[in-house]
Design a binder for this molecule. Structure first.
Ligand SMILES: [Mg+2]
Length: 266
């Protein structure tokens, strides 16, 4: 899919008179538990073994960076904090950094090809190690990731719901994380934004430019800066602090589906 095609997909008209809802997800500590394994606050908050949590976090971090470097060219792109893949084409016109544009094109190709099939990308031993780490993490976090995936999957099935990711992590390791944690299926590359350099608020503005003012926007995140940026944009904000929040969000989305379908048939 070319970038132009994907931009077209943003603006495709709805078949029915239904309002599109754009769900803007944060990544760490919202869809997955990652930073708080490393800093031990997950273990403290949820009464888990801190040493085990930290070791798990460190092993995951190591593999995330290995995958970022080996397949997503992180060594070459680390100094270039682009917010969205559509902004990488600007490099095509700048001779001195034209390689960066080419690297991003390669990253996009790899992500598109393997996002639903990381097993065929990774070395066998890495895939085995990662699968074990994921299993340990799912046990330690009491299926946090699977609770989040239930909502992503529900939205993914709908023509009037769209999953978007906005994270403070740089774009390249974000793509590696999405693939490794089994979330890439729900986020095509043009639905992934990195707020590393420009902040969440400016990412949200870019998303409104892409999806229009008529859509409804919901931000789902764990931090105060997620909430503040959402409020500045007059978006709804759903806070994630624990498993119960993820379950409530899932119920809410089911309920919205009901409303939307009643709206359609009337
Ligand atoms: Mg977060």
């Amino acid at each position: 899919m070319s970038r132009n095609d994907s931009t077209g997909a943003h603006s495709r008209p709805c078949q029915q008179q239904t309002t599109r809802t754009i769900y803007i997800w944060d990544l760490d500590e919202t869809l997955i538990i990652y930073q708080t394994l490393l800093d031990n606050s997950f273990a403290t908050k949820f009464n888990k073994n801190g040493k085990v949590a930290e070791l798990l976090g460190l092993r995951m971090e190591k593999l995330i960076f290995k995958v970022s470097e080996e397949y997503f060219l992180f060594n070459e792109l680390e100094g270039d904090n682009v917010a969205h893949v559509s902004l990488t084409s600007k490099h095509d016109h700048e001779a001195n950094v034209s390689n960066i544009g080419k690297h991003y094109a390669d990253v996009e190709k790899t992500y598109d090809k393997y996002r639903n099939n990381m097993k065929s990308l990774l070395q066998k031993s890495d895939h085995r190690s990662w699968s074990k780490l994921l299993t340990y993490m799912d046990i330690l976090t009491e299926s946090w990731r699977h609770l989040a995936i239930k909502s992503l999957a529900l939205i993914h099935e709908r023509s009037y719901g769209i999953n978007i990711l906005v994270t403070t992590t740089q774009l390249v390791p974000t793509l590696a994380k999405l693939m490794l944690y089994g979330l890439a299926k729900y986020f095509p590359i043009d639905h992934v934004y990195s707020a590393t350099d420009i902040g969440k608020r400016r990412c949200f503005e870019k998303i409104v430019n892409a999806f229009g003012k008529d859509a409804e926007y919901v931000v789902i995140g764990d931090r105060i800066h997620d909430k503040q940026a959402a409020e500045e944009m007059h978006f709804k904000f759903w806070k994630v602090q624990g498993h119960r929040d993820l379950m409530n969000i899932h119920r809410r989305i089911i309920h919205e589906k009901g409303n939307n379908e009643r709206g359609r048939s009337s």
